[in-house]
Design a protein around this ligand. Structure first.
Ligand SMILES: [Zn+2]
Length: 304
């Protein structure tokens, strides 16, 4: 993520842990300057919050810290939470959903605000028997401060609240988010607008292509909308047209005189989830081009 939320890049991922077990892992990349001790205590606070929200046992969730690469390839420190059950139990993956992450972080701030004013975590707050990391002791007050700092950055700036106060960050690449909605079985239909000039499209690399095929198999209605001028644009090459028609094997194609914007921000599409309609917009130009970077973490914003 960038701008106001650069502190919290959240990736659901599958990692092989030291003893070759495969499970679900949640990674939280921390702001520059954060320490391992803070990361450990923050992960522990998130664990308490997540277990509480899920009605699960904290001991089902493991913690780790480690070095990782940020969006720009820079080295960053990360806090990891993982499901201790082999193969994953679907616990930590919930943190990849922005609203879950925000709610858990807010609650973690409460867990880290220890009434005993301990230094390294205590049984009254975040300390658990598995938190033995050799010479590293959790920095409970430092993590409390860090959690508050990250939480403050999660607030969407007013100029990005294009759907009003209900505007939310999708908080993960849009294609991944859509895939989660598909897997939930609640996604009924989606309409996507192909913004920008076809010269800038990279349809073969567009991460949504396989998604359309899977969605089609589930009976999800998908529509692609292009600007009316696009199909007759001389720069729209035959190879691109073929790519587009290939995608449309699993989606309807429609044209519109001018593609929609909301509060001056390009609308990427609409989705119908259960009985809800949600709009998705992306203020940053690179994010709106169909291609490998389409609708990334940055600012697709949605509204119910
Ligand atoms: Zn304590």
């Amino acid at each position: 993520m960038s701008r106001g939320v650069s502190a919290a890049c959240a990736y659901p991922t599958q990692l092989a842990l030291v003893h070759e077990m495969r499970t679900d892992v949640f990674e939280l990349q921390l702001p520059f300057g954060a320490t391992r001790e803070q990361a450990l205590a923050l992960a522990a606070g998130l664990r308490e919050a997540l277990a509480e929200k899920l009605g699960a046992e904290a001991r089902e969730i493991g913690l780790a810290t480690g070095l990782s690469n940020g969006m720009a390839g820079q080295g960053t420190l990360s806090a990891f939470l993982y499901d201790k059950a082999a193969g994953g139990a679907g616990l930590v993956t919930r943190l990849a959903e922005f609203e879950w992450f925000r709610a858990c972080l807010e609650r973690a701030i409460g867990w880290l605000d220890c009434g005993e004013t301990c230094d390294h975590g205590c049984p009254a707050c975040i300390l658990r028997p598995d938190m033995n990391f050799g010479g590293e002791f959790p920095d409970r007050p430092g993590a409390h401060e860090l959690a508050q700092r990250i939480f403050a950055r999660l607030k969407l700036p007013a100029e990005l609240q294009v759907f009003g106060a209900e505007t939310r960050l999708v908080g993960q690449p849009l294609s991944e988010w859509l895939e989660r909605q598909r897997l939930s079985g609640k996604l009924r239909a989606l309409t996507l607008y192909l913004h920008a000039s076809p010269v800038d499209w990279e349809l073969p690399e567009w991460t949504i292509v396989d998604f359309f095929k899977r969605a089609h198999e589930m009976g999800i209605r998908a529509t692609l909308v292009v600007g009316a001028g696009t199909l007759t644009d001389k720069r729209f090459e035959m190879a691109q047209k073929l790519d587009l028609y290939r995608i449309c094997a699993h989606a309807s194609l429609a044209t519109m005189e001018a593609l929609p914007t909301v509060a001056g921000v390009p609308l990427l599409g609409f989705v119908e989830i259960g009985s809800d309609f949600m709009g998705i917009a992306a203020p940053d130009t690179p994010d709106i081009r169909p291609g490998p970077n389409w609708g990334p973490i940055r600012f697709p914003v949605s509204s119910r």
